[in-house]
Design a protein around this ligand. Structure first.
Ligand SMILES: [Fe+2]
Length: 421
C-alpha cells in the first residue's frame, strides 16, 4: 500500500500529464479550425473531417479521464491519511495502557478479558496463562470468594466497584490491593464490560503503620518526659515548702483545686495540662525570699511584704527561658493579679488577666484561707467561699471561677448543698 506522500507525488505526475494533453489538444483543435477556414476560402466542396480533429478529441477524452482519475486518487489519499491517523492513535493508546503504572483490566461474563502488564505483574500472570485463573490463584483464600462475588454483582447491576483485598506472592508476602471499576457502555447504551484498575497500597499502608507506631512511641516518650518533669518540679516545690511547715502541700493542693475548677468549666485537656504544671510551680519564686520573712509567725512589715511580693517576678525570671515552661509563665507571674487592678506585680486589669491565671488566683486564695498559717488558724470551707464571694463583689476575683469552685465543693460535699456562701 502506498504512503500518502507517494500517492501525492503520483497525483502531481498525472496532473501534469493531463495538463500537457489539454494544451496539445487545444493546439491541434485551433490548427484544424484554421485548416477548415482556409479550405472554405479556396474550395467550396465539402471536405472530410481532418485528422487533427480526431487527435484533439482523443486528447480531450484522455485529459478528462485523467481529471476523473485525479479525483479518485485524491479520495484514496484522504482515506490513506485517515487510516494512518487511526493506526497512530491506536498505537499511542496501546502504549499508554500498557505503560500505565496501575493494573488495568476489563471484566465481563465472570471472566477477566483484558489486562495490561501492570495487572499481570500484580497477579503474577504469565502472558499465556488464563487471566481469571491467575487472579483467583493470586488472591488470598479468605478474600477470593468475596472478590469474585463483588465483581459479578457489579457486572450484573452494571454498577461501580470499590474493594480491598490481599494478594499473596510466591514468597508468601502479602500485598494490599484496592480495585475500583466502572461499567462501560457503547454508544447505544448497551453494557460492554467493567473497566477496572488495581492500586497496590502495600507501601502506603506500611508507611502509615510505621508513622502510627512512631507517633505512639513519641507520645509515650512525651508522656514519660512530662511525668518526669512534674516529678522534678514537685520535688523542687517540696524543698521550697519545707522552709515553712505551714505551707507544706500548698502548691499541690492549688493544682488539684485548679484542675477541678477547669474541668467544671469545661476547659480542654491541653489547657488543663498547662494549668497543672503552672499551679504546681506558681510559688517557685519563694526560693528567692529570705527564710526569716517567709516563715515569720506574726504580721509582716511593709518592707517585708514588699519582699514577699517579689516572688512572682523571681519565679517568672527562673523559668522564662525554659522552653518546656513557657506556657506556665503567665500563672507564675500573675497569680496575685486581681481583676480590679489591685494585684501585683504588674497591676493588670480585667481581660488582661488570662482565664488560667484567674483560676489559679481563686484556687490559691481558697487554699490559703482553708490552711492553717503561723499567724492564724484555718477557715472553714463555708467561710472561705463566703470570703471569695466578697472578693467577687469587690471586683477582684472572677465570679464564674468562684461559682465553679463552689459547684465542685458542693459536689464533693465539702459545702452543704443548701447553704448560701
Ligand atoms: Fe503566690
Amino acid at each position: 500500500m502506498k504512503s500518502p506522500t507517494e500517492v501525492g507525488a503520483a497525483w502531481r505526475s498525472w496532473w501534469m500529464l493531463a495538463g500537457g494533453a489539454c494544451v496539445v489538444a487545444l493546439a491541434l483543435f485551433f490548427n484544424a479550425i484554421s485548416d477548415i477556414d482556409s479550405g472554405h476560402d479556396s474550395n467550396l466542396v465539402s471536405t472530410p473531417v481532418p485528422v487533427d480533429w480526431l487527435v484533439a478529441l482523443a486528447l480531450l477524452l484522455a485529459a478528462s479521464m485523467l481529471i476523473v482519475l485525479r479525483g479518485v486518487m485524491k479520495q484514496q489519499q484522504a482515506l490513506l491519511q485517515a487510516n494512518s491517523d487511526v493506526q497512530e492513535l491506536r498505537l499511542a493508546h496501546d502504549q499508554l495502557v500498557e505503560n500505565l503504572p496501575v493494573g488495568l483490566f476489563t471484566f465481563r461474563s465472570g471472566e477477566v478479558l483484558f489486562s495490561n502488564w501492570a495487572w499481570d505483574e500484580q497477579v503474577m500472570r504469565h502472558p499465556s496463562f488464563p487471566r481469571t485463573k491467575a487472579l483467583l490463584q493470586a488472591v488470598s483464600p479468605e478474600d477470593r470468594d468475596r472478590l469474585l462475588q463483588c465483581l459479578e454483582r457489579s457486572e450484573r447491576k452494571q454498577d461501580t466497584l470499590d474493594i480491598q483485598y490481599e494478594i499473596v506472592n510466591e514468597n508468601g508476602k502479602r500485598h494490599f490491593i484496592e480495585t475500583r471499576a466502572v461499567p462501560v457502555f457503547d454508544n447505544g447504551g448497551k453494557f460492554q464490560h467493567l473497566l477496572g484498575f488495581n492500586l497496590d497500597l502495600t507501601s502506603l499502608l506500611s508507611i502509615q503503620r510505621d508513622l502510627e507506631e512512631k507517633n505512639q512511641a513519641l507520645a509515650k516518650t512525651l508522656g514519660e518526659l512530662e511525668d518526669n518533669l512534674q516529678a522534678i518540679v514537685t520535688s523542687l516545690v517540696k524543698v521550697i515548702e519545707a522552709k515553712d511547715p505551714y505551707t507544706a502541700g500548698h502548691s499541690e493542693r492549688v493544682m488539684e483545686y485548679s484542675v477541678k475548677i477547669a474541668q467544671e468549666m469545661g476547659l480542654e485537656s491541653r489547657e488543663i495540662k498547662i494549668l497543672r504544671m503552672g499551679t504546681l510551680m506558681h510559688d517557685i519564686g519563694k526560693i528567692g525570699i529570705p527564710d526569716e520573712v517567709l516563715t515569720k509567725p506574726g504580721s509582716l512589715t511593709d518592707e517585708e511584704f514588699d519582699l514577699i511580693k517579689l516572688h512572682p517576678s523571681i519565679g517568672y525570671n527562673m523559668i522564662r527561658n525554659v522552653p518546656l515552661f513557657q506556657e506556665c509563665t503567665p500563672i507564675v507571674r500573675w497569680h496575685h493579679e486581681r481583676l480590679n487592678g489591685s494585684g501585683y506585680p504588674d497591676g493588670l486589669k480585667g481581660s488582661q488577666i488570662p482565664l488560667l491565671v484567674r483560676i489559679s488566683a481563686v484556687a490559691d486564695a481558697y487554699d490559703a484561707m482553708t490552711s492553717t498559717r503561723a499567724y492564724r488558724k484555718s477557715l472553714s470551707q463555708l467561710i472561705a467561699v463566703s470570703e471569695l464571694r466578697k472578693d467577687v463583689e469587690k471586683g477582684s476575683l472572677d465570679p464564674d471561677v468562684v461559682q465553679a469552685l463552689e459547684n465542685v465543693l458542693r459536689r464533693e460535699q465539702l459545702l452543704p448543698m443548701d447553704a448560701a456562701a
